[in-house]
Design a protein. Structure first.
Length: 421
């Protein structure tokens, strides 16, 4: 079909009028989806006139899907994302502690969207809790299919849980379960293949964009055979597959041990002058501190699923909050990509016009960039910066900005469109 995005010889082939499936989402999803699409459409029209256009195709998931089909994630929705390769979605509800598992996780696992990509940048005029938010320019690569989010859990008191507990104690000799009779259990799979493909994608991204460093964030000092292995596999990959383009902190430490700090520093400086990407690692809790104190030290972040969840929200808060933080779930091998609002459904403000559509708009911008429609993407970035500089914002930013003008969801989107030039 002429309107389908295809993958040919590892490269995306995007037609001039691609069909893009979208999920409206729950809660404020209905409020932000239409305005976001209007902004994207306006930017495309400004950049390319009538020669290019997105054809939006709604597919169902979440509460809307359940009301119409009796299931929260219909097979037809998954098939649409497979057929058209690229899609976008609003926020979806996931019950806490019971009920259906996360629909977001289900989409990522079913389509093997192994990278959760979250670029974090500051827009001039947006309030920030840090002193120099302009120094924050990071790109988070969060592994999307393994770790605790694999969903291998056993609830205390159930028969399967007793079997698992007895296996650990009687067969594996585990003695450090503090309260075995009342413990629930979760399994944390971290594979070499899963780690390598995530870190490979981060390295290729940094090389393509001429970014200075890739930092492996982990808790390997405690979880030595999962997160520690993630770090080691990452260093091995960087040195073996990307050796001519990278210099690792492990290589620095080896030179330092063999020839002294002066030689190690010289090797590091020479690598930087040659334009090599510096590959380093940092413990997760230290990163959460260092990213606040020295954000300029970090560029591309490669980390596992749970760490990435925490890190993404902290870094988003540094540049104005999750309301304007975009995200994408991508498989760089088969081309599948779903772009998404990174915040929740906020049912308490649904229908009030208070929701900020910024996250979904910027996720749409990431989609444009993924498609190679960079001119349209730049139009949105520029227009949003103009809008923020004029202090014309939705309620989440209005309460933080002195002298701001309060806009509704649709008014904010219209203001962005007005500033596209």
């Amino acid at each position: 079909m002429a309107n389908k995005v295809n993958l040919l010889h590892g490269q995306l082939v995007v037609p001039d009028q691609p069909i893009i499936p979208f999920i409206e989402g729950d809660g404020i999803g209905k409020d932000i989806t239409g305005p976001s699409q209007k902004v994207i459409d306006a930017a495309v029209a400004k950049a390319y006139g009538n020669s290019r256009k997105i054809i939006w195709k709604e597919v169902l998931a979440g509460e809307k899907a359940f009301a119409q089909t009796g299931t929260h994630l219909p097979d037809e929705t998954l098939e649409a994302f497979k057929e058209y390769l690229i899609g976008i979605k609003g926020p979806l509800t996931t019950p806490i502690g019971e009920g259906i598992r996360s629909l977001n996780v289900a989409l990522r696992q079913t389509l093997d969207l192994f990278v959760c990509l979250r670029p974090i940048r500051w827009f001039k005029g947006v309030p920030s809790p840090v002193r120099y938010p302009s120094l924050v320019d990071m790109h988070i690569f969060r592994e999307n299919t393994e770790d605790i989010y694999a969903g291998i859990e056993y609830m205390a008191g159930e028969e399967k849980t007793k079997k698992f507990r007895d296996f650990l104690i009687n067969e594996m000799g585990v003695t450090n379960i503090r309260f075995p009779e009342t413990s629930s259990f979760g399994i944390k799979p971290v594979s070499q293949e899963g780690s390598e493909r995530l870190i490979r994608a981060a390295l290729e991204y940094a090389i393509k964009r001429d970014l200075p460093s890739v930092t492996i964030v982990h808790k390997g000092n405690i979880m030595k055979f999962t997160e520690g292995a993630f770090k080691n596999w990452g260093y091995n990959l960087a040195e073996n597959e990307f050796g001519s383009k990278t210099f690792t902190w492990r290589q620095y430490e080896k030179i330092k041990a063999e020839r002294g700090k002066m030689d190690a520093d010289k090797a590091l400086n020479d690598a930087k002058k040659a334009g090599k990407i510096i590959v380093k690692d940092v413990i997760t809790d230290a990163f959460l501190q260092e990213s606040l104190l020295r954000p300029f030290d970090y560029s591309v972040i490669a980390t596992m699923n749970l760490n990435g969840d925490y890190i993404s929200d902290q870094l988003a808060a540094m540049v104005g909050g999750i309301g304007i933080s975009p995200g994408a779930n991508i498989n760089f091998k088969n081309g599948y990509a779903i772009f998404e609002a990174t915040h929740g459904t906020a049912p308490n403000i649904a229908g009030t016009g208070q929701a900020n559509p910024g996250s979904l708009i910027l996720s749409g911008v990431m989609m444009l960039e993924y498609m190679g429609w960079d001119v349209a993407a730049e139009h949105v970035y520029d227009a949003m910066e103009h809008t923020f500089s004029k202090r014309r914002v939705t309620s989440d930013l209005y309460v933080q900005m002195e002298g701001a003008t309060l806009l509704s969801t649709t008014e904010f989107a219209d203001e962005i469109i007005k500033n596209i030039h």
